[in-house]
Design a protein around this ligand. Structure first.
Ligand SMILES: Nc1ncnc2c1ncn2[C@@H]1O[C@H](COP(=O)(O)OP(=O)(O)OP(=O)(O)O)[C@@H](O)[C@H]1O
Length: 329
């Protein structure tokens, strides 16, 4: 559904060249749900804007829904839906009219456009609001309207740039419920960006972690967490001597890495904490080392990012975004 090779985009800003996207090689299969996850300034929006033909790549190729973004941008546009950051809908129009006009803009007949608008209003639980102006909608309702607008021409591929930013947890869950149900019904491929780690974790079959314009990890959330972060076991021992002995015993176990002690606390990383914890406790007991507490924590996608970059996702990448300085600046 999406194939890119060496896709790059640079910007000139204040005498310097910002390398927003640096050599993106993507192959995304039809029907998948893919999350692009990364800190501010990682290049997610720039990537989506190139794939949706809103921004010309500096170099590289991209074929989206079977059409080249440079050679046939309108072929791409007819097959995709795009929900950008912020709202697309005009505020003084009525909700139902917005959808019908959008359908007409995509070349649908008046009858077909009305029928699609009706279906989407129902599917996104907006039918009671059809006669209201967009300005009177809540944030969550407005975002649902944006999604309806992006779906009115029944695209094969839906791009969502931070679809739930600024919404409360209930509205966020509600948006995802709708998007995934529509995706089931229509078989739409979904590519989205988000700052909410749990959304990537819960809803995406594939997570691409982006940093400084490059994909630095790619796989299912489970796989990335198991391979790159692992579970964390934290043991509380009776004293520092016990902690040191526990460290030695933990290091001797297979499939255990990053063993460290801080005072009486011992920390262990392992891909399978649920099976390793009982084994470790048995070894400690056999060696006469007392563990007073034992805690198993599952990793998050933030742990994956931390493992890969030494930073958390919340630390902005803007500060050290790759730039090439010109003009002696
Ligand atoms: N029009 C522009 N002119 C100059 N620099 C730009 C422009 N658009 C984006 N950039 C820079 O390119 C880099 C990537 O920006 P982009 O918006 O793609 O990041 P992002 O991952 O989507 O961030 P966010 O999560 O904050 O939306 C940033 O350093 C940004 O400042």
């Amino acid at each position: 559904m999406i194939h890119t090779r060496g896709l790059t985009r640079t910007f000139r800003a204040r005498g310097a060249t910002v390398e927003a996207v640096r050599g993106l090689d993507l192959d995304i299969e039809a029907g998948s749900v893919v999350a692009l996850l990364g800190p501010n300034g990682a290049g997610k929006t720039t990537s989506l804007r190139m794939l949706t033909t809103l921004l010309r790549p500096t170099s590289g190729t991209a074929v989206v829904a079977g059409h080249d973004v440079l050679a046939d941008p309108s072929g791409v546009r007819h097959r995709i839906g795009y929900l950008g950051q912020g709202n697309s809908a005009g505020s003084n129009f009525r909700v139902g009219d917005e959808l019908v006009v959008q359908g007409r803009a995509y070349g649908l007949s008046r009858v077909e456009s009305r029928a699609r608008a009706q279906r989407l209003l129902g599917a996104l639980e907006l039918e009671g609001l059809a006669k209201r102006t967009v300005a009177t909608l809540s944030g969550g309702q407005r975002r649902r309207l944006d999604i309806a607008m992006a779906l009115v021409h029944e695209p094969q591929l839906l791009f969502l740039d931070e679809p739930t930013t600024g919404l409360d947890p209930h509205s966020r869950a509600n948006i995802w419920e709708h998007v995934l149900r529509l995706r089931e019904e229509l078989g739409t491929t979904v590519v989205f960006t988000t700052h909410y780690l749990e959304e990537a974790d819960l809803w995406a079959g594939r997570v691409m972690v982006v940093d400084h314009g490059r994909v630095i990890a790619d796989g299912s959330a489970e796989r990335l967490k198991a391979d790159l972060a692992g579970d964390r076991i934290t043991l509380g021992t009776a004293g520092c001597a016990d902690a040191e002995r526990a460290v030695a015993l933990a290091r001797a176990l297979p499939a255990v890495h990053e063993v460290s002690a801080e005072g009486t606390q011992v920390r262990v990383r392992t891909p399978r904490g649920d099976t390793q914890l009982p084994v470790l406790l048995r070894h400690l007991e056999a060696a006469g080392v007392r563990a007073l507490t034992a805690r198993l924590s599952r990793p998050t996608l933030d742990d994956v990012f931390l493992h890969l970059t030494g930073r958390t996702l919340w630390e902005s990448a803007d500060a050290d975004v790759p730039t090439v300085t010109h003009d002696g600046a």
